[in-house]
Design a binder for this molecule. Structure first.
Ligand code: PLP
Length: 416
């Protein structure tokens, strides 16, 4: 049997590189080449690969426990994880529902809202260029384009607030829309501050804050999809910390386990939870996955949360330094004729490469990726958007090396 790879045109794709080891910011191939993991293996590895404390936690649990059924049983790791997370989120969320990946954490929030709702036809509001996952509900919430075209027939209608040209006008128009459709709207979903798959778009705190506060006044539930931004990517542990309100639903996955094992959580408030309480079973929340609360995944998540706790000041300094370095680099490349809209927020650096065909399907992405691989750096661009989102174990020298190779690329290789 052959392997069919994700988001890959198998007819033209290069053979995958065989990796036998991973350590810190590096992937180490079968042939011994050390590659810098510039995109944290699809944004999941935050501390670093094979973080010893996480691997040890998995190992320790694996000697005692594999899987249990979470409807009738619980275990130490899950309980300790709740305590650790409550601490990291300053007790701002009362309840937590487990699932397996980013998409399912979104489906859970969506289904909680839908099951609660008495509306005939629910209407969700999202942002243009948003991405919330690949399952059908999560896909519906996300922006429409090449990735969703074939599934359009089964996706439910979602209103996507258009891409802003001027944020002031955008905010006013969005508020008018929310107000006008207040009765119909079931929820507002946002990737706070950085839209990931949609092209690493950075949003101003102020406008999102105002939009959400307005939605809050209208009693529209707010879902924050922090599957990517969560656990340090925006220089704070969670992006919601930048705002003057707490979202009704917080979706976490990717970096939750330090990237070591799959798991996701949907955090919510007491009001949501209590809505499902009743003498009748017909009112319970109708959702669950076979691997809910897997002991090994929770061991990894717990260890990772503990690291965020113990390395709090160390990481705060690191994130500030990285952001500063990224900003300095932005001012360095801003004058390059090949660079469009260079930007940095938190630990993320991004810019578009001037190219004849733009967007995700742009052929230039293969060329860029091969260039960086030759320099022992893994950067998989989103179309012509080159971005860097490395694990926090990437040191200054390694970062400088990555910058240097980007500059070299801009000087010669990327000129088409
Ligand atoms: C990756 C991602 C998802 C989907 O997560 P999966 O684990 O790939 O299902 C959802 N939302 C955002 C913001 C993401 O970056």
């Amino acid at each position: 049997m052959k392997i069919w790879r994700p988001f890959t045109q198998m007819a033209t794709a290069q053979l995958p590189i065989r990796v036998s080891k991973a350590r810190g910011p590096h992937l180490i191939t079968d042939s011994g080449q050390k590659i810098i993991d510039g995109i944290s293996s699809w944004w999941v590895i935050n501390h670093g690969h094979c973080e010893p404390e996480i691997m040890k936690a998995i190992e320790d649990t694996s000697k005692k426990l594999d899987q249990i059924q979470f409807a009738n049983f619980t275990h130490e790791n899950a309980e300790a994880l709740m305590e650790s997370l409550a601490d990291l989120t300053q007790n701002q969320f009362g309840y937590c529902f487990f699932s397996d990946n980013g998409s399912t954490s979104i489906e859970v929030a969506l289904k909680m809202i839908l099951q609660k709702s008495t509306k005939d036809k629910p209407l969700f509001v999202a942002l243009e260029n948003s991405y919330h996952g690949d399952t059908v509900g999560a896909m519906s919430l996300g922006s429409r384009g090449g990735f969703t075209k074939s599934f359009e027939k089964v996706l439910f209608d979602v209103h996507h607030l258009p891409e802003p040209k001027c944020f002031e006008t955008w905010l006013k128009q969005s508020q008018v829309f929310l107000k006008k459709n207040q009765k119909k709207i079931s929820g507002l979903i946002i990737e706070p501050l950085i839209q990931g798959a949609g092209g690493m778009n950075i949003w101003p705190v102020e406008q999102i804050n105002k939009l959400c506060l307005f939605a809050r006044q209208l009693k529209i539930p707010i879902i924050f999809d922090e599957v990517m931004t969560g656990f340090g990517r925006t220089s704070k542990l969670f992006a919601y910390e930048y705002f003057d309100f707490i979202p009704d639903y917080l979706c976490l996955s990717k970096g939750l386990t330090g990237g070591a094992l799959p798991m996701a959580l949907t955090l919510t408030q007491k009001e949501t939870y209590e809505h499902f309480l009743s003498e009748s079973k017909s009112k319970m929340f109708f959702h669950g996955h076979s691997f809910t609360g897997n002991p090994l995944s929770t061991a990894a998540a717990l260890a990772s949360c503990q690291l965020f706790h113990s390395r709090k000041s160390q990481y705060q300094t690191y994130w500030k330094d990285i952001e500063l370095e990224h900003r300095k680099f932005v001012s360095k490349i801003i004058s390059s004729p090949l660079v469009k809209n260079p930007r940095a927020f938190g630990t993320v650096l991004a810019f578009e490469l001037e190219s004849k065909d733009e967007g995700y399907m742009s052929q230039i992405s293969e060329k860029i990726m091969s260039y960086f691989l030759k320099k022992a750096i893994y950067l998989r661009p989103l179309g012509n958007t080159i971005y860097l989102m490395a694990p926090f174990s990437l040191n200054k020298d390694q970062l400088s090396y990555v910058y240097e190779q980007i500059l070299k690329g801009l000087e010669c290789e990327f000129k088409s």
